[in-house]
Design a protein around this ligand. Structure first.
Ligand code: EPZ
Length: 425
């Protein structure tokens, strides 16, 4: 087990390179199961989550070669049974469901558990696959999917699948349906699709494999099934949540911080909120620079599906607003329970109350170091951000949560001048 020791007060300056997107790499790695040809994917970040995914691909029968950020997958033969031991460790492994169904017409995978940010149902995934003609049987904690008969007429008019849930569209549900539909005869129309850049990146990858997809990045995606797909090469998009997290680091403790290989178009809602708080941000074609300030205004945030303010940046903004002037309100509509960071921020002196899915944050002049516990990936990142400014040395335990989604975050922050140390416990 490892922990971070972070001494607050350093002023961050300089530039860091944004890694490839975790949430783009995971479904794209899964999509390599759709062809027997080799696929080469570049800028896959070195994270425990991407490592789990490559292990799952290997267990499913694919050959996987990894050389730093480049992963080559050849899924010549594929088993239909996803290993419980690995699937239970990472909720996102559910995204092998679509490609296994698409390639083999069947799949057995354990029912995913929940996680600290709340119950993680897959009812919409399953509803969509049933619309595609799948039959689903749940036994002994496993789900057994088999390709049934696609609804008559689907070949012409197309089957419409509504992927909207009470908390809006589903990202991995949209991914699963796209990956199942690309090899399902006929036309599939996904209504209420997720429009995240990572969904668009997956569609781009599938199209390069020979899939016929229109409308990715909008709420309505049309897929024309094809007989088979071929191998291809692809470079994943930059990680917009890592980039957003470093922008908040620059806001909380920076003089001038530049992110290289960042795509500011994917961060419009986040940059708008930082500008509302008074920060000057230069958004270039491949770089974003934030200029620090001694003080900043709070704000009001409601998380929404893309292109709205991302739930994956909510915790980081709670840390920013804890040190802002005035009172801020942060409402979480995607995962209403996603507030594991609040008790830990309060241990550091933040003034926060919670009313259902809204955190009311009254800014304080300063935070103080304390031993705190990392929990969900983004909650842990929020604690790192708060520690950068807190008086004294903050100890953050269970940093494996952070290593799931941030590639070498301690090295990158050290490069910017932060006093952060990773120690064995
Ligand atoms: C993806 O998770 C991301 N993970 C999450 O990022 C992100 O927070 C989330 O999308 C929302 O943007 C990856 O891409 C690997 P959803 P996903 O299905 O697809 C409900 C991170 O920190 N829902 O879009 O699993 C669900 O409970 C992670 O990098 C159903 O009700 O999330 C939630 O309330 C955390 N039924 C909402 O929809 C379903 O069948 C959105 O979830 C599916 C989802």
């Amino acid at each position: 087990m490892e922990k971070f020791l972070i001494r607050g007060g350093s002023v961050l300056e300089g530039s860091v390179q944004v890694s490839g997107s975790k949430n783009s790499s995971l479904p794209i790695l899964a999509a390599t199961l759709l062809t027997r040809d080799p696929c080469v994917i570049r800028r896959v970040p070195d994270l425990s989550d991407t490592n789990y995914m490559t292990q799952i691909l290997t267990q499913l029968g694919a050959s996987v070669e990894r050389a730093s950020g480049t992963v080559k997958v050849t899924a010549e033969k594929v088993r239909h049974l996803a290993p419980y031991e690995l699937v239970r460790k990472m909720r996102a492994s559910i995204c092998v469901l679509g490609p296994l169904y698409g390639r083999l017409g069947k799949c057995t995978i354990s029912v995913p558990g929940g996680c600290v940010i709340g119950d993680r149902p897959i009812d919409i995934h399953l509803r969509g696959l049933q619309e595609l003609g799948a039959t689903i049987e749940t036994k002994g904690g496993d789900m057994h999917l088999k390709r049934g008969r696609t609804r008559a007429g689907a070949a012409s008019s197309g089957r419409e699948v509504n992927m909207r849930g009470k908390h809006g569209p589903t990202v991995l549900g949209t991914d699963n349906l796209m990956m199942a539909a690309v090899l399902t005869p006929g036309t599939t129309i996904i209504e209420g699709a997720a429009a995240e850049p990572e969904v668009e990146d997956l569609a781009h990858f599938l199209t390069k494999m020979g899939a016929r997809i229109e409308g990715a990045g909008t709420r309505r995606i049309t897929i024309q099934g094809v007989k088979e797909l071929h191998g291809t090469e692809h470079t994943v998009i930059p990680d917009r949540i890592e980039a957003g997290t470093f922008l908040v680091a620059g806001a909380i403790a920076g003089r001038k911080v530049t992110l290289k290989k960042a795509n500011h178009h994917h961060l419009a809602a986040v940059i708008a909120k930082l500008r509302e708080s008074g920060f000057e941000i230069d958004a270039g074609s491949r770089e974003i620079t934030i200029h620090g300030r001694d003080s900043w205004k709070g704000g009001t945030i409601t998380t929404e599906p893309y292109p709205g303010f991302p739930t994956d940046m909510q915790a980081q903004f709670c840390a920013l607003y804890a040190l802002a002037d005035g009172v801020s309100a942060v409402t979480e509509t995607i995962f209403p329970e996603r507030f594991m960071h609040l008790p830990e921020l309060k241990r550091m002196g933040a003034h926060i109350t919670r009313e259902a899915a809204t955190a009311i944050i009254t800014g304080v002049p300063g935070l103080s170091a304390a031993p705190v516990m990392a929990s969900d990936l983004r909650a842990s990142a929020a604690l790192v951000l708060a520690a950068l400014r807190a008086e004294g040395e903050t100890e953050i335990n269970r940093v494996y949560h952070i290593d799931r989604g941030y590639e070498h975050i301690d090295e990158k922050l050290t490069h910017l001048g932060a006093a952060i140390e990773r120690v064995q416990v």
